[in-house]
Design a protein around this ligand. Structure first.
Ligand code: ADP
Length: 374
């Protein structure tokens, strides 16, 4: 089966054609600057995509990454007009992402007609969280009227790497206690017990949790009212600050982790401080999740930073030997693009680096549901 995977953003579309069960990527590409010099609409971009792929007659299904599935979508879902309406309704929770995802869906129905179109939601994997984890303790009436709860994001990535980790661990996967750390520009962690997510660090929006490239992660919400009342900032300005001017960028003037680590290694105090703040939060979550899981079998690093940064992994695990978390310096420093252990042999917690592949995970989920529908 050949699945076209589409990740439509507001101004770009990433795509890949993946053949299954081999999991081989046959074509991939990126169409940029939609509406700003490139194609004028998503529909035009999709026609360009079809041209780039050449022949779409061999495509058996299309999988769409959709950022927000709310509480409704807990698994990959065959797209119908009703599903599109729900994705549109969820736009209030993801105003930058869901409308773009929807535009991609509508354009793909036209450009690749007659094949099943499936939505795979970033939030879906986290919907198994217990109520105690997902509840935001506002007045119940307010929370339920406005859909205020923890949703979590990056679910496709957490699901993919935790499944591989479980296979590497071997034994009875229903007992595995795994923490996954997806560390990129946007970063999140998840606590996964027996293959089911029980908690994750992003919340109602992708602003919560870890210190990221441009977002502060966990922040006392009273900071917002303080700035509104006293700093002469508008709500939009505070919102922009929290989403695009904070995190590593806010502390050290760069959101690029390579830049932060090379400066830190050269002794730059500002970069060292940013790295300390970044790593402190990750260790905080490792401890918290080990407690919630009631133990720990594996800690998995993925994402641009998690997969590549030797120093990042070292700082994120420093001082956690009491939990059984330790790195083998040689394995941690070895460069490789395959899934691997970086903990010493015989360690009680397997620390792993597992390159994520959200497109492959989407294609696999699409193939499973299209296969069932046949
Ligand atoms: P996104 O969230 O945009 O998908 P990525 O997962 O690609 O981001 O991660 C981007 C981050 O990974 C950047 O901060 C970048 O500096 C960092 N990164 C990429 N390669 C390396 C490397 N070799 N060493 C350290 N950091 C790296």
């Amino acid at each position: 089966m050949r699945v076209l995977v589409i990740n439509a953003g507001s101004s770009s579309i990433k795509y890949q054609v993946i053949s299954l069960p081999e999991g081989e990527s046959q074509v991939q590409g990126l169409i940029e600057n939609i509406g700003t010099g490139g194609p004028s609409t998503h529909t035009e971009a999709l026609h360009l995509l079809v041209e780039q792929i050449g022949d779409v007659s061999g495509i058996d299904a299309v999988g769409h990454r959709v950022v927000h599935g709310g509480s409704r979508f807990v698994e990959p879902t065959l797209i119908t007009p009703e599903v599109e309406t729900h994705i549109e309704e969820l736009s209030s929770l993801a105003p930058l992402h869901n409308p773009a995802n929807l535009a991609g869906i509508q354009a793909a129905k036209d450009a690749v007609p007659g094949v099943p179109q499936v939505a795979v939601f970033d939030t879906a994997f986290h919907q198994t969280m217990p109520d105690a984890a997902s509840t935001i303790a506002l007045p119940t009436e307010v929370a339920s009227t406005w859909g205020i709860r923890k949703y979590g994001f990056h679910g496709t990535s957490h699901q993919y790497v935790s499944r591989i980790a479980s296979t590497l661990l071997g034994g009875d996967s229903s007992t595995h206690k795994i923490i996954t750390a997806h560390l990129g520009n946007g970063s999140s962690m998840a606590a996964i017990k027996g293959g089911r997510c029980i908690d994750t660090s992003m919340g109602f929006t992708p602003l919560q949790g870890l210190v990221m490239g441009t977002r502060p992660g966990d922040t006392d919400v009273a900071v917002v009212s303080h700035l509104l009342r006293n700093a002469g900032l508008s709500l939009d300005q505070v919102d922009t600050m929290l989403n695009t001017e904070s995190g590593l960028l806010g502390i050290a003037g760069s959101s690029d982790f390579r830049d932060i680590t090379s400066r830190a290694e050269a002794g730059d105090e500002v970069a060292l401080r940013a790295l300390d703040v970044w790593a402190w939060r990750i260790r905080h979550y490792i401890g918290a999740y080990a407690a919630l899981l009631g133990g720990l079998d594996a800690l998995v690093f993925t994402g641009g930073i998690g997969e590549n940064s030797v120093l990042g992994r070292r700082e994120a695990t420093a001082g956690l030997e009491f939990l059984g978390v330790a790195l083998d310096p040689y394995l941690n420093e070895r460069r490789s693009s395959s899934a691997r252990y970086v903990s010493p042999s015989g360690a009680s917690v397997a620390v792993m680096v597992i390159p994520t592949n959200e497109e492959l995970e989407i294609a696999t989920q699409v193939a499973a549901i299209v296969g069932q529908a046949r």
